[in-house]
Write a protein that binds this ligand. Structure first.
Ligand SMILES: [Zn+2]
Length: 104
């Protein structure tokens, strides 16, 4: 082997986010994993959400927000009288018709 070319092959302590840890050999002395063979669904056979950096939580928060907005919109829609909505659409139609007359 050439000198000062190859990295040192040392003992490596690997710790996973699930709490599992084991010792192996690598060029780095310590490794932190998000997932390992003790907790990966492929090995455990159980379905599990692999959540890195709280992406699931982020999505749930977004989802809740959108649901609340939708509820608000629904409430607004039900509060408004149907006749009022119809009248506004009628006004719009009139405007369109008026513009059309001008152009001709
Ligand atoms: Zn693990």
């Amino acid at each position: 082997m050439k000198k000062s070319l190859h990295p040192e092959y040392v003992k490596c302590e690997v710790t996973c986010a699930c709490g599992n840890s084991f010792v192996t050999r690598s060029t780095v002395p310590r490794m932190r994993l998000d997932i390992c063979s003790a907790c990966h669904p492929f090995y455990t056979g159980k379905q599990k959400l692999v959540d890195t950096a709280g992406r699931v939580e982020q999505f749930m928060r977004k989802y809740e927000k959108s649901q609340k907005l939708q509820e608000k919109a629904l409430k607004k829609a039900t509060k408004k009288k149907p006749s009022a909505a119809a009248s506004t659409s009628a006004v719009k139609a009139e405007n369109k018709a008026g513009s059309g007359e001008k152009s001709t």
